[in-house]
Design a protein around this ligand. Structure first.
Ligand code: NAD
Ligand code: UDP
Length: 325
């Protein structure tokens, strides 16, 4: 038996969250602490920040560990959420070799830990495994259209290889795995300089700078508010062992980048203008999740927060955190 199970009080599980000081990880730490679990937050602070979890440090059920998942980590745990990996193109392309090491060696180290402790392990995979998709919207059975040697490949192929490792540890070693494919997610605790479109537009609008649209702005994304994602993650972890995924977790409402820019300008009441900059290499033209499987397997889960509402909350966060004197 897993020793963590024997030491935990009934209903309280010991949960490891890698990348817990990042944007999504910090929300997940808070949610699981609120449910009464013991949470170990492990992070090397590459893109995450202690500021995201400062409000949790007083909680005696919360443990913070500085650690890089490219090296093994030992602890007795019941569940592992593997989120550690830079997620924005600017950050994952900063040191692409480190990015792929984090996805691949990190997966091997965390799967080894899950194997030894018999913990359940959830992988934060991504819609990027579909690359620049030619099937729209993207269902889980679509194998994708991915460049294996471009500038985004360190992330896309790293995440694809991590999915392979998860499935092989499951088939070969009976590790209890869960794979979710996260589509563009936004909300409070996003890094203000991480270059993702929602944070870029909000910061630009609040500081009166031009909003930078890459290309003609007709490319699409489907934006999910972070609370909807966290709900999907927790439900996925609770599914029977026979359901491994992969399952898409995202909001199927699709917007062009031009529509997003106009909405951010409206909601911030900004005088900023829109300018166009060159499109980065391998930028996917469209993206929207097919969430039928998530609805079926996760007790009717579906996103509840519309883009306008989620943007208002995110704008409030950025205004209070970075723009009030
Ligand atoms: P983030 O950059 O805010 O969080 C990633 C965290 O991982 C950071 O705290 C960072 O310091 C940490 N980290 C990076 N490399 C590490 C390493 N080697 N060892 C330990 N910690 C390390 O990004 P996020 O948006 O919160 O993304 C979390 C996860 O979700 C990532 O795996 C990402 O690929 C996945 N995901 C996110 C989105 C999205 O839209 N936000 C979409 C698809 C997938
Ligand atoms: N984008 C943009 N302006 C920005 C940042 C991004 O027009 O300041 C575009 C980017 O080219 C892409 C979309 O917005 O088409 C989403 O980019 P992001 O980096 O947020 O996520 P990803 O490309 O990984 O989906």
């Amino acid at each position: 038996m897993n020793t963590a199970t024997t030491t935990a009080t009934a209903g309280c599980r010991r949960i490891l969250i890698t990348g817990g000081a990042g944007f999504i990880g910090s929300h997940l730490c808070e949610r699981l602490l609120n449910e009464g679990h013991d949470v170990i937050c492990l992070d090397n602070y590459f893109t995450g920040s202690k500021n995201n979890i400062l409000h949790l440090l007083h909680n005696k059920h919360f443990e913070l560990v500085r650690h890089d998942i490219t090296t093994p980590y030992l602890a007795e745990v019941d569940e592992i959420y593997n989120l550690a990996c830079p997620a924005s193109p600017v950050h994952y392309q900063y040191n692409p070799i480190k990015t792929i090491k984090t996805s691949v060696m990190g997966a091997i180290n965390m799967l080894g830990l899950a194997k030894r402790t018999k913990a359940k392990i959830l992988q934060a995979s991504t819609s990027e495994v579909y690359g620049d998709p030619v099937i729209h919207p993207q269902p889980e059975y679509y194998w994708g259209n991915v460049n294996c040697n471009g500038v985004r490949s360190c992330y896309d192929e790293g995440k694809r290889c991590a999915e392979t490792l998860f499935m092989d540890y499951h088939r070969q070693n009976k590790v209890r795995i869960k794979i979710i494919r996260i589509f563009n997610t936004y909300g409070p605790h996003m890094h203000p300089n991480d270059g993702r479109v929602v944070s870029n537009f909000i910061v630009q609008a609040l500081s009166g700078k031009d909003l930078t649209i890459y290309g003609d702005g007709c490319q699409t994304r489907s934006f999910q508010y972070v609370d909807d994602l966290v709900e999907g993650m927790v439900r996925m972890m609770a599914t029977p062992d026979s359901f491994t995924g992969p399952v898409n977790i995202g909001n199927p409402c699709e917007f062009t980048m031009l529509e997003l820019a106009e909405l951010v300008i409206k909601l911030t009441k900004s005088k900023s203008k829109i300018i166009h900059l060159p499109l980065p290499a391998d930028d996917p033209k469209q993206r929207r999740p097919d969430i039928a499987l998530a609805k079926e397997k996760l007790n009717g889960w579906q996103p509840l927060i519309p883009l306008e509402e989620g943007l208002k909350r995110t704008i409030d966060y950025f205004r209070h955190s970075f723009f009030t004197k």
